[in-house]
Design a protein around this ligand. Structure first.
Ligand SMILES: Cc1ncc(COP(=O)(O)O)c(C=O)c1O
Length: 415
């Protein structure tokens, strides 16, 4: 069936307010299904793990099913490879502390200037142990990663490569497959920050063959919750900081204390919501994923359908922006190359600070972000950090062409 954004929007109560949500990279709105799942958890399953009574057993079953759902979402080999946590940043610090125990003075870690700080600071913190940090630059003209620089820094001393799937600031999609293959040839472990990729493209950790990957459910229509995936053997080998009664195997050993069960219930509903998008609109996009079945296939084809729809919106936005005097767009600007970017655009407007632009749009109920969005290195490298960063327009699968047009008209007449 043809993608029907009006039908999609009926699932999202907050969209009915008429506000235009272009702040999606900082967190999306949630469908009624997610709201219901969180409420139902409280009503029918609100208990701690492992009890001998109904609510605890229901709660355990929901959490187990949520792990299955994320194994489908990422194409993990096993639900035991899925670790839940408060957010991606906290999970990444958990991994960096655990991996750090295996690293010696002189070992090298590669990070990139295109990344969100959550995929930088957990690794640079290991410099305290004598680990050497190597920085990969990006091309400032189109904000693509400098692959020659990456290859220059990669060596047999590289123990870990920390890369992003997509830039939350300028939208660039990295060539994860090539980066992972090169890193593995050098013998390095690969950690992928997929926070900004997960809402916009299908992810397949087995095909990619990375070692660890993290994402955040609140960026793709779910509650505030982080998800870490790791190859089971690697997670098993890592030693976790944990309390003694907690399980010694993954994922338990990485899930400290009591988890946010209601958000895990909501996260399960978010994945099932996306699967339903795939069931309805993913048919045309299922072909490359015939090796999958059931929810995995629905999720892959949902994200492929979403990617195609968002590309149309992004093209409309960029064509419109190019008509507005005084607007500078950072990152890939040619729609012919939009397979290499997410629908996330950083712009500046001559004569106005990013905050002034965001405030003016906010007064018209158009929500955009301004600043550095923790992509500190990106903003520094582009020379924007001292000028208030940039305005970020982040499109999602429920945005419409009319919203893009309204945004463009409003931007045009900003005083
Ligand atoms: C690309 C990217 N990585 C990491 C993060 C951090 O995610 P979390 O808020 O779940 O810690 C964000 C949040 O904006 C992000 O956009």
């Amino acid at each position: 069936m043809k993608y029907n954004v009006n039908e999609i929007r009926t699932h999202f109560p907050s969209l009915q307010t008429g506000a235009i949500y272009f702040d999606n990279p900082a967190g999306t709105q949630v469908p009624q299904e997610v709201i219901d799942a969180v409420r139902d958890y409280y009503l029918t399953a609100n208990a701690n793990n492992g009890g001998a009574f109904a609510t605890s057993q229901r709660s355990d079953a929901i959490i187990a099913e949520a792990r299955n759902a994320f194994a489908d979402f990422l194409n993990a080999q096993s639900p035991d490879e899925i670790v839940f946590g408060p957010n991606m940043t906290t999970l990444t610090f958990i991994v960096s502390r655990a991996l750090g125990r295996f690293l010696d003075e002189g070992d090298e870690i590669i990070v990139t200037r295109l990344d969100h700080d959550a995929n930088i600071s957990p690794w640079t913190a290991l410099a305290e142990r004598g680990v050497v940090i190597k920085w990969v630059d990006f091309h400032t003209d189109d904000c693509t990663l400098n692959m020659a620089d990456f290859e220059k820094h990669l060596s047999t001393k590289t123990r870990l490569v920390a890369i992003g799937g997509a830039s939350n600031a300028v939208g660039t999609l990295n060539d994860l497959q090539t980066l992972t293959d090169l890193a593995h040839m050098a013998g390095a472990t690969v950690f992928v920050d997929a926070v900004h990729l997960a809402p916009h493209a299908p992810i397949d950790v087995q095909a990619l063959n990375c070692d660890l990957l993290a994402c955040s459910v609140y960026k793709f229509y779910g509650p505030h919750l982080g998800v870490l995936w790791g190859k089971y053997d690697l997670l098993d080998r890592l030693s976790a900081y944990k309390v003694r009664p907690a399980g010694n195997k993954p994922p338990d050993k990485f899930e400290n204390g009591t988890q946010n069960h209601e958000c895990i219930a909501g996260a399960l509903a978010a994945v099932n919501y996306l699967a339903s998008v795939g069931e309805k609109y993913g048919g045309d996009f299922a072909a490359p994923y015939v090796q999958f079945s059931g929810r995995r296939l629905q999720l892959k084809s949902a994200l492929a359908a979403i990617k195609a729809y968002e590309k149309e919106l992004a093209t409309r936005l960029v064509v419109g922006l190019s008509d507005i005097p005084g607007v500078t767009l950072y990152g890939i600007a040619d729609p012919a190359r939009f397979d290499y970017r997410a629908p996330t655009f950083a712009i500046t407007v001559d004569g106005k600070t990013p905050r002034q632009v965001a405030e003016a749009l906010g007064r018209e109920n158009i929500y955009v972000w301004d600043g550095n969005y923790y992509a500190l290195e990106v903003m520094q490298r582009l020379g924007l950090q001292d000028r208030g960063g940039a305005v970020r327009i982040g499109l999602a699968h429920y945005n419409t062409a009319q919203e893009v047009d309204k945004f463009l008209e409003t931007l045009k007449r900003l005083e």
